[in-house]
Design a protein around this ligand. Structure first.
Ligand code: XLS
Ligand code: NI
Ligand code: NI
Length: 437
């Protein structure tokens, strides 16, 4: 049975096509900078937004038409697996991501939950074997259930900590079974409401304890996915410990987790933290910790994680530039942590939204590759920092031959004759527009 009988496998038809169910820019096998697009992009579909969102919001009822709702929760869960793989295959997407609770109902006890997970992930494995589709990452939802209202790793209650540990253990067992490339920790409740009742140091020590147990368990079962932490400054907590890339790197270094942990960076989380997405990617890249990305975009007029499908070519170009400069993103990928708007309630919108995101990333990739081929940004940097390598004083400072006294006498001699150069940044941005449009 098909959930999208009106949709064939999506093909590349180019910019002029009037067919809504076609790629206008994404051509999986087109070679860009020596690699097919699909290898650069490693697209993944997110199970939660695609399969479980109903379109409700704090002011309104569900809107989404979804034909996979069955008689029981387990029936729905099984139907979703079928529908999900149909979406992946029709889009030609080779990876996917999920939380435990997205795929299997919680049931009435921890045993029932874990059994449900085993049953559904067995089904998922059959589908993976049939299609060659792979698991980019899975994760444990340790934020929705009331038991996590004070956090999971950071909880004040050791029994909650144990429950979280059970979910992570199961998550790693599933990752092993499905050959997961990465395993994600996003700490939505790992933060605080008020410092009045919070021991920040104790809570962070405990989060690190949970992470170290995870590394140890991975080693024990002989399955070592790349562990990723996904920063986000707030929402649902008022303040989240993994605020942004820089804060999370400080945490990783403070607890000696480098080597095992990298970052999964999300565009909308970057803007919530008051950064551009490319800023977050640059910070991670410079630490050698750019692991994977959650591809979406926020609405600058709204102060929350709206998780829109990415359609802004300029933003995506600058993100893809960082990814190319990183030498790619594997074993990570481009996961669409994005949901259709409430008014896009039809089944087919799930397909159309992913096509929009994939086309946007294809365009961003192509423009970023052109920027690299033309040395547009590297020439800009070479010019801007040129005096460090083409003046005697610049070379001498970099060679470590100067100190405060020698520089002080240099400044007394030459200080008033400094020739400043204009950045002409408006011109630069205008030329960048020529690349994008
Ligand atoms: C929420 C996060 C979440 C993670 C996975 O804002 O983006 O969806 O990606 O737990
Ligand atoms: Ni995310
Ligand atoms: Ni998010």
């Amino acid at each position: 049975m098909s959930y999208f009988p009106q949709v064939e496998k999506i093909q590349f038809e180019g910019k002029g096509t009037k067919n809504r169910f076609a790629f206008r820019h994404y051509k999986a096998d087109e070679v860009v900078l020596g690699k097919p697009m699909k290898e650069h992009l490693r697209f993944a579909v997110a199970y939660w937004h695609t399969m479980t969102q109903d379109g409700s919001d704090p002011f309104g009822m569900p809107t989404n038409e979804r034909t996979w709702i069955g008689a029981t929760e387990m029936d729905t869960a099984k139907n979703r697996v079928e529908a999900f793989f149909e979406i992946l295959e029709k889009l030609g997407v080779e990876y996917f991501c999920f939380h435990d609770i997205d795929v299997a109902p919680a049931g009435n006890s921890i045993e029932e939950f874990m059994n449900n997970l085993d049953e559904i992930t067995d089904l998922i494995k059959v589908k993976m074997d049939q299609t060659g589709i792979k698991l980019l990452w899975n994760t444990a939802n340790m934020f929705s259930h009331p038991r996590f209202n004070n956090g999971a790793g950071s909880t004040n209650d050791p029994e909650v900590f144990a429950y979280a540990a059970a979910q992570v253990k199961k998550g790693l067992d599933i990752s092993k079974k499905l050959g997961g490339a990465n395993y994600v920790f996003w700490g939505g409740r790992e933060g605080y409401e008020t410092l009045l009742n919070t021991d920040m140091k104790f809570e962070q020590d405990n989060i690190a304890r949970l992470f170290k147990m995870s590394i140890a368990y991975g080693e024990k079962i002989g399955h070592k996915p790349q562990f990723l932490i996904e920063p986000k400054p707030k929402e649902p907590s008022k303040h989240q410990y993994d605020f942004d890339a820089a804060t999370t790197m400080a945490f990783i270094k403070n607890y000696g987790l480098e080597g095992d942990f990298k970052l999964n960076l999300e565009a909308n989380h970057a803007t919530l933290a008051g950064h551009t997405f490319e800023h977050e990617l640059r910070v991670a890249r410079e630490y050698g910790a750019l692991g994977s990305i959650d591809a979406n975009q926020g609405d600058m007029l709204l102060g929350w994680d709206t998780d829109e499908f990415p359609t802004n070519v300029m933003d995506v170009t600058l993100a893809m530039y960082e990814i190319l400069q990183n030498g790619g993103i594997a074993p990570g990928g481009v996961n669409f942590d994005a949901k259709v708007r409430r008014s896009s309630f039809a089944m087919e919108d799930l397909i159309l939204a992913h096509i929009a995101g994939m086309d946007t990333f294809a365009r961003g990739l192509k423009v970023a590759a052109k920027l690299i081929e033309d040395k547009f940004i590297s020439d800009l940097l070479a010019e801007r920092y040129g005096k460090w390598t083409n003046t005697e004083i610049g070379k001498s400072i970099l060679a470590g031959k100067e100190d405060l006294e020698s520089l002080s006498s240099y400044a007394y001699k030459h200080g008033d004759a400094i020739e400043l150069e204009s950045s002409h940044i408006e011109y630069v941005k205008s030329v960048l527009n020529d690349y994008v449009f």
